[in-house]
Design a protein around this ligand. Sequence first.
Ligand code: GAP
Length: 478
Amino acid sequence: MPPPDPVAPDLLERLVSLCKQRGFFFGSSEIYGGINALYDYGPLGARMRRNVRNLWWRAMVELRDDVEPIETSIIMNPQVWVASGHVATFTDPLVDCTGSCRKRWRADHLGDLRRERGKPEDAPGCPECGGRLTEARQFNLMFRTHLGPVADDAAQVYLRPETAQGMFVDFATVVQATRRRLPFGIAQQGKSFRNEISPSNSIFRTREFEQMEMEFFCKPGTDLDWHSYWCTERMRWWIEDCGVRAGRLRLRAHDEDELSHYSVATSDVEYLFPWGWGELEGIADRTDFDLRSHMEASGRDLSYFETETNERYVPYVVEPAAGLDRGFLTMLMDAYHEEEVRGEKRVVLRLHPDVSPWQVAVLPLSKKPQLTEVARSLEQRLRNRFRTEYDETQSIGRRYRRQDEIGTPLAITVDFDTLDDNAVTIRERDGMTQVRVPIDTLEQACEDQLVASRAAALDRARTAADQAGQSAQPQRQG
Ligand code: GAP
């Protein structure tokens, strides 16, 4: 059986069903019928998301000497969102169906929605029932709430729609606290909230999601070079660190009419989903727009004094802004394979070993205490070095299949021979090859296998890199 076409239209449904069954993610508060566009991440999802977060943190903070991390509050002074432009312009055009379905749509998504339902893009009326649509009106995507016990206008605040503004408003404090010289970046990971009109495609577009953003402050005039640098570095991260196939990724430079008013260059890292190209990360040259806006609104000086040249200026900012939920969905989708093994369907998630929830599973052949005792002690040993799971339920064949389905690269079987030869079998997920190794050297054997597994993931991710329409070079625009 050939592997399914990764852009097969029903790939998302197959993946979503596997993810619910195995505990990667599922709808939030399902026992009450769920709640639209909000999701929970189960035991495997929570583990895998932490791995992705850690990979980003390692590449963007730990391995660099020019980035400082921060964690800012989700609710900020509402003036932040006035100055940033979100109160006035963070809107989407909304239309209502006056026909039978009464649904609400994003006016700028109508063409795509009609196409998805097999209708001409410019067909009139509601994509669902054909009913008459109202004129478009602007709808602000920020969630509102009130601070304190009185729910009046003076107490109105917003849930942040991006983490970025925290880095701008804290810029001067971080410079002062760290004595940083430019260029340098401030990074954070955290939840953001947008009251999306038409959330879609499972966890691709949701109302609560997590961002991984970095604002890189640099001297005006060096910004385009930094933009180009970050485009290359971020593409590298998706492919090499996370194992996403280059042939399904592209870097797309925004056309001039697509650019935000404050940006002179923006490129999106996009993945080819079953529903078309979708953005995973935006890399924007935001100029000095944000710092200047906050300087004007707050009256605080957010300029920078360059001692080497005696120059004072407002830094420019290059921002790589990635979505964790979309990255997580992409890695699962990109890894999903179906194949036939000895007449049976095998589903396998070929996840990068640094991304997979578990790296190693310890499986005693049976529940006999002689075997489980050895297996349990091996599990305890391995947990010190690897993300290790223990499973003694069901037949060994079914347990291998389960580990394949959740993407565990290595399964270690303790069998009756182990009691005589003090050795165990390591089975590798992708090739299903098995090797017998002495228990004494098990940690080293696992380490070696994971190194090989990383190399295979890199190879797989780079294959067809040349087909990847990813060479669009950012250019100064506007
Ligand atoms: N600070 C810039 C900023 O927020 P963005 O392109 O709006 O830029 C960055 O968001 C990333 O956040 C996107 O590339 C996407 O991965 C993620 N993201 C944005 N809205 C989302 C949503 N409704 N659901 C899931 N992820 C979202």
